[in-house]
Design a protein around this ligand. Structure first.
Ligand code: URA
Length: 443
């Protein structure tokens, strides 16, 4: 079937259900280039507004998976388990989790993404390490998994190519927060990479694409249902994104924070805490170990994850992964080698009280304005810009206390951006209730 893309866009625009064959043909056209980017963007916006039925979502996921090859990992011994986050600000868990889970005995074939909308991307973070390659070819990917038990790669021209294209378009067209598009994007990658089970980290809150618990549960339910239809066992955690995770946001700053967690020592600045990041990573690792039958329950999984973090084997695995993927180990051994942003300023509290809320999406958007994310598909990201957060919801602050250290490439936008930052936080006189790190588990 060779459909006219205009008719398909109109059909979706008018709220009709698309047939599997129509979606298959359209996605093929996107991959081959016979469907133009502006037509793909129009389809994305129509889908954003009109949604998709469960059957359409499964058909979209299948078509996106079949746009490239599906990697067979049967030659690699061991349980293959991966995790994927729906995206947030400062969410750097994957960088620690993949080597940690591999150090615990799992095989982690991780196909990750770049920054998407206001949310950061694992691939952009890893590429801030000198020489790190995310575009491994099939044989290199298999070799890394065989040798180390983990690899983190991006979509290529042959593996999940439809997602490569659609992901980049969604990033710059305001079409990210859409359940069927998120399902197709995440699950086509995860099925293509060859994992046997999947943990989903569905973010909820001001910095997530799903703002309410109801929306997050609906996304988790849809992801688990489509995964099941495609034969992929999956479970989901719904985790908090009403504040950035860890203390940093920005590509190289986040890599440095991950190195600190992996090495168990502070390298950047002593008063900042990564406890939430560490706790979430250990919990996710325990879930992966249960999914891969390396642990009988969560308690055993947590103990194993903690042991491998503390005895340095997760750090060794991360270092080996960096070397295997072409990265310069001197940079991660000595993070002062990461190029620093030329401008460093502090944004301070304008009154005393408790930091009550942080519009975390605004934090992500300010980061994009600083150059840490993309406003159009051809933009490159500046790895050095970003934030250190010194206060998060619940922190008691005094007037004039530093709330964030900002790393910038130039002075010009900083005045407006600081005002945006100040407008995006709330300081109150009474101690606020802080949301839990993990809201729910769904299987
Ligand atoms: N991660 C993805 O890979 N795709 C999405 O749509 C959202 C998060």
């Amino acid at each position: 079937m060779n459909i006219n893309p205009v008719l398909l866009i109109e059909k979706k625009r008018d709220g009709h259900e698309l047939e599997a064959a129509e979606l298959e043909s359209f996605i093929k056209g996107i991959t081959s280039g016979s469907v133009e980017d502006y037509q793909a963007a129009a389809f994305l916006m129509a889908t954003y507004f009109k949604g998709m039925t469960p059957a359409e979502t499964v058909a979209l996921t299948k078509a996106m998976l079949e746009s490239g090859e599906r990697i067979d990992l049967s030659s690699i011994p061991g349980a293959k388990v991966d995790k994927h986050s729906t995206g947030g600000v400062g969410d750097k868990v994957s960088l620690i989790l993949a080597p940690l889970a591999a150090a615990c005995g799992l095989v982690v074939p991780m196909m990750a993404g770049r920054g998407l909308g206001h949310s950061g991307g694992t691939l952009d973070k890893l590429e801030s390490i000198d020489g790190f390659r995310v575009n491994l070819q099939r044989q290199e990917y298999l070799r890394a998994l065989k040798r180390l038990g983990c690899a983190i790669i991006g979509q290529t021209a042959t593996i999940a190519p439809a997602d490569k294209k659609l992901y980049a378009l969604r990033d710059v067209t305001g079409t990210v927060p859409c359940i069927p598009l998120i399902c197709g994007s995440i699950l086509s990658k995860k099925l293509a990479e060859g994992t046997e089970a999947l943990l989903l980290d569905v973010k909820v809150g001001s910095g997530a694409f799903m703002k309410t618990l109801g929306e997050a549960k609906a996304l988790a339910k849809a992801l688990i249902a489509v995964a099941k239809k495609m034969g992929l066992p999956a479970r989901a955690l719904i985790t908090d994104m009403n504040q950035p995770l860890g203390y940093s946001a920005g590509n190289s700053l986040e890599v440095i924070e991950c190195i600190e967690v992996l090495r168990g020592r502070k390298l950047a600045q002593a008063d900042l805490s990564s406890l939430d990041l560490r706790e979430l990573t250990i919990t996710q690792c325990a879930h992966m170990l249960v999914l891969g039958r390396k642990a009988k329950g969560m308690k055993e999984g947590r103990m194993l994850a903690l042991a491998r973090l503390q005895d340095g084997s997760a750090w060794e695995k991360f270092r080996s992964m960096v070397v295997e993927q072409g990265g310069n180990p001197a940079w991660i051994d000595d993070p002062s080698k990461f190029p620093a942003a030329p401008i460093r300023v502090e944004w301070k509290a304008r009154k005393r009280g408790f930091l009550k809320t942080m519009d975390t999406e605004a934090m992500g958007k300010i980061l994009v304005e600083l150059g840490g994310g993309r406003k159009k598909a051809s933009d490159s990201v500046d790895p050095a810009v970003g934030f250190w957060f010194h206060a998060k919801p619940g922190t008691k602050v005094t007037a004039g206390q530093t709330l964030a250290t900002v790393f910038a490439a130039n002075e010009k936008p900083l005045k407006d951006l600081e005002q945006w930052f100040q407008d995006s936080i709330e300081i109150t006189g009474t101690r606020p209730k802080v949301p839990p790190l993990i809201h729910a588990e769904m299987t």
